[in-house]
Design a protein around this ligand. Structure first.
Ligand code: EZ4
Ligand code: CO
Length: 402
């Protein structure tokens, strides 16, 4: 089998997605997600202009060799644009192999290790009261785990607080929106939020929270400690993780489990975190972490250090990534939880998929390959629109972390 064509497809069914489709001389094709939120066209160009010409004529069954060729061969290793591009190619190759052999990808990865993949949804509200109510709606839908975020009084545009009920979508058209941030105001609301949620719904639900890279190590230690009575499943992105050593301080001050890694590009972003047991969940995912091939390396390294996975699964990760993550999650021994933000109906129409939700669990389905397709006829109705994630400033105007 030989690769004959590589297409890079850009569509915007409610938000932008970049997709790669790799065709072969035997008629089998595979698709992969190449979406990097707010920087989509950089990856599209990387794939179209630099990667596609090198793939033509190769044997798509040589997934590992092609991964090494793109990683080592670029000379310029790592980085989100490169690793997203490699991730997209890798997904498409696993899809091709599954379809050619007529098995779902999880069978190629060692087979199912569990019946389904526990997912968490995003409950949020402008106020603590609204967020508490939103948790109830997720429990009614069968979720066993819920992430909870509430607006911070006095701040414009808090991370994690959406406009609709199910579709939190931070990216917006036009130039980047500007949010305001105050750590003092934020820290004053979060413990109350979780106290209210536990009071209302009891102990029998996993609760998660995302601090989204906003805290210093000592502030994160304080928040983690104050949340201990509410027994969170995890506190996510407590501090920005460029400096892995910072997690030593957080760890010294709290037993709240810690998750990090949605913006990591390779396992090298997490080696110290894992070696020193500084985290509990690794959030790298297929699209931004170099594909299924590299995520297997990352998960294996994590397993040695008692760390489980908690793959990123926001709306900017397309249904192709969601499917790839589910095949991966189903197969590995140290799966923890999977984030699941539902896509809009338009997105699901562009990407018909075999995965299904029931009783708080997703299952990738048993269609050959990844079980996701791409409908050109629908995609063409939604041309690319420039969009950005927001930026964030302190109340005095200082640029901060979004
Ligand atoms: O901000 O995916 O846990 N989920 C998140 C997401 C990220 C977006 C960025 O593109 O942190 O909401
Ligand atoms: Co996050």
């Amino acid at each position: 089998m030989k690769i004959t064509d590589v297409e890079v497809l850009v569509t915007s069914p409610g938000r932008n997605f970049v997709t790669i489709r790799i065709r072969t001389d035997e008629g089998v094709y595979g698709i992969g997600d190449a979406t990097l939120n707010g920087r989509e066209l950089a990856v599209a160009s990387y794939l179209r202009d630099h990667v596609a010409p090198c793939l033509i004529g190769r044997n798509p069954f040589q997934i590992e060799d092609i991964w090494q060729y793109l990683y080592r061969g670029a000379y310029w290793r790592r980085g989100p644009v490169t690793m997203t591009a490699i991730g997209a190619v890798d997904m498409a190759l696993w899809d091709i192999k599954g379809k050619a052999l007529n098995v779902p990808v999880y069978e190629l990865l060692g087979g199912a290790s569990r019946n389904g993949v526990m997912v968490y949804g995003h409950a949020n509200g402008q106020s603590v009261g609204e967020a508490v109510e939103a948790v109830g709606r997720y429990l009614d839908m069968g979720y066993k785990a819920v992430r909870v975020q509430a607006g911070v009084p006095g701040l414009k545009g808090t991370y994690g607080v959406g406009r609709g009920e199910l579709f939190y979508e931070p990216a917006g058209e036009g130039l980047p929106a500007e949010d305001a941030w105050s750590t003092e105001k934020y820290l004053a609301t979060v413990p109350e939020l979780f106290a209210r949620v536990r009071e209302e719904y009891g102990r029998d639900v996993h609760l998660l929270h995302d601090a989204h890279h906003r805290l210093t190590p000592i502030e994160a230690g304080r928040l983690g400690r104050e949340l201990e009575p509410y027994a969170l499943f995890w506190l996510e992105d407590a501090v920005p993780a460029e400096q892995q050593e910072a997690f030593r301080i957080v760890r010294q001050h709290t037993t709240t489990p810690l998750a990090v890694g949605e913006i990591f590009s390779t396992i090298h972003d997490a080696t110290l975190l894992l070696r020193e047991n500084l985290i509990d969940y690794l959030r790298m995912t297929v699209v931004h972490g170099g594909g299924i091939t590299h995520l297997r390396t990352a998960a294996a390294y994590a397993a040695v250090h008692h760390v489980r996975t908690g793959c990123h699964g926001a709306t900017d990760l397309s249904p192709v990534t969601m499917a790839a993550a589910l095949h991966f999650d189903l197969s590995i021994p140290n799966f923890g939880i999977q984030e699941y933000m539902r896509h809009t109906a338009e997105t699901d129409e562009v990407f018909p998929h075999a995965y299904t939700f029931a009783d708080g669990y997703l299952h990738p389905g048993d269609a050959p390959g990844l079980g996701v397709d791409y409908r050109d006829d629908v995609a063409e109705r939604f041309p690319y629109r420039r969009a950005y994630l927001p930026v964030s400033r302190l109340e005095d105007g200082t640029m901060f972390n979004w």
